[in-house]
Design a protein around this ligand. Sequence first.
Ligand SMILES: C[S@@+](CC[C@H](N)C(=O)[O-])C[C@H]1O[C@@H](n2cnc3c(N)ncnc32)[C@H](O)[C@@H]1O
Length: 279
Amino acid sequence: MAETRSGGEYVHGTHRSEQERLTLMNEILNARTLAEVRVRPGERILDVGSGLGQMSIAMAKAAGAGGRVLGIERSREQIARAQAARHAAGLEETQVEFRAGDALRLSLRDDECGSFDLAFTRFLLEHVPHPLGVVERMVRAVRPGGRIVLCDDDHEILRLHPEPAGLREVWRAYMALYDRVGNDPMVGRRLVQLLHEAGAKPARNTWVWFGACSGEPMFGPTVVNMMEILRGAGERMISERLTTATELNSCIEELRAFATRPDAAVWFAMALAEGIRPG
Ligand SMILES: C[S@@+](CC[C@H](N)C(=O)[O-])C[C@H]1O[C@@H](n2cnc3c(N)ncnc32)[C@H](O)[C@@H]1O
């Protein structure tokens, strides 16, 4: 466990349009994620890489008045937005606190180490080159018998039908960008293994559905989320010569047309694994 800073490059960035995309993603996934995380009343929860704080706030509401959520986040912009969201949700800092920190440092006080009932992370492990170091710290942050819940992408499982022209190539370029910056675009399939290697006892492995079809209210937002992911990472994919502006723009236009089809279907899911810290 030599690494003390993740040093990971966050390919999405924190500009305004990315924050809007992240909010949209939260709207699509939070209720489904909460149903699988199974927060219990009064739980003390650590949320690593808490972003705009929407999921931390949802977990704090589920934990109720006696619960507490601590979100650790590297970006000061995200923390400022998360604090504003907490205020808007009418929650006190004693219920949800957002603290600056790196996933490999966690900036926990001595009395907080080993005190949490649940350590949670979503869409962070795909952005760090040493996900095992993060999971090891999450295991040490919970009490013996406490839960560790990891949620992340396996980008290889995406299916769209009828498939938009050029999507396959651009999606491959997007995954290659993760490789290029030292991160794993398929970390979702490794979650159980990471729990085991970090000293937790794996207890559950499942998917949270992230697909939709035309006619469903979440179909449009699901396709827009994909378009914005590609648009946001586009400049970097082009500068790394993984795709060209022509290929990328054409793929985004194809996705825009796909979103209007009456017969379109998207299959995608977020991997979720739960482990328990041995007593
Ligand atoms: C895709 S967002 C997910 C946010 C949130 N977990 C959610 O599901 O809505 C990933 C977040 O992790 C943060 N992040 C990336 N690398 C980090 C690190 N090494 N330590 C702490 N936060 C990090 C980013 O700033 C970003 O806010």
